[in-house]
Write a protein of this length. Structure first.
Length: 211
């Protein structure tokens, strides 16, 4: 887990928005390889192992058993950088599911920070790439991400990915994913659509109401 991303992560329990506090047991450069994230409000704890923070409450799912849907080609990282409009190195992007396999090549083209969400097990963390495993919500601050790429196999995360985007941020989805609310579609082909987060859309909070 890249240390500069820790301030962006959020507790998923139903209380006021709060950053998390990190305790590192093993680090490599600016990455926490093993440690713990803690919520100062509800004292929830989220372990970090191999650079991946587990937000599933111990129910981390075996993503390696999910069926593959084809590999990426040589130019797919370049296409993704263009679709996400990554012309400058600032900010971070969310790569959900199999999109995380492009994280390394994407950083070679545009050195943005990558948060890989429910990534396949062959994705290596470090060098600006961090990971989280989660359920139906992405544990980041609303309006904090520069861009996102959505995997159709994990379309339960679409709403929280949109909520994570800053106004005007780019989002890429596989063609089978319905157009999300609060997103203006700017391009589409038989494989993907590309949209931007509308400025007038509400910033959804990634917490549940009590009860």
């Amino acid at each position: 887990m890249y240390s500069e991303l820790v301030d962006t992560l959020r507790c998923l329990n139903p209380h006021e928005d709060s950053w998390l506090v990190a305790a590192a047991d093993l680090t490599e450069g600016r990455h926490i390889l093993r440690g713990m994230l803690g919520c100062p409000i509800c004292h929830a704890r989220y372990p970090i192992s191999d650079g991946i923070a587990d937000f599933t409450g111990g129910a981390r799912r075996p993503v390696e058993l999910e069926p593959e849907r084809g590999d990426f080609g040589e130019d797919d990282a370049l296409k993704l950088a263009a679709m996400l409009d990554l012309t400058t190195p600032a900010g971070y992007v969310l790569l959900v599911g199999r999109w995380a396999r492009l994280a390394g090549r994407l950083r070679e083209l545009a050195p943005v920070t990558v948060l890989a969400v429910n990534a396949p097990p062959d994705v290596v963390m470090g060098d600006g790439i961090s990971g989280v495993v989660t359920g139906d919500r992405i544990p980041v601050a609303a309006g904090s991400a520069r861009g996102a790429a959505l995997d159709a196999a994990r379309d339960v995360l679409v709403a929280s990915a949109v909520a994570a985007l800053r106004a005007g941020g780019r989002i890429v989805g596989e063609a089978s994913i319905p157009d999300p609310d609060d997103v203006t579609i700017v391009a589409r082909d038989d494989r993907h659509w590309v949209g931007t987060r509308r400025a007038d859309g509400p910033l959804l909070q990634l917490v549940r109401s009590p009860g």
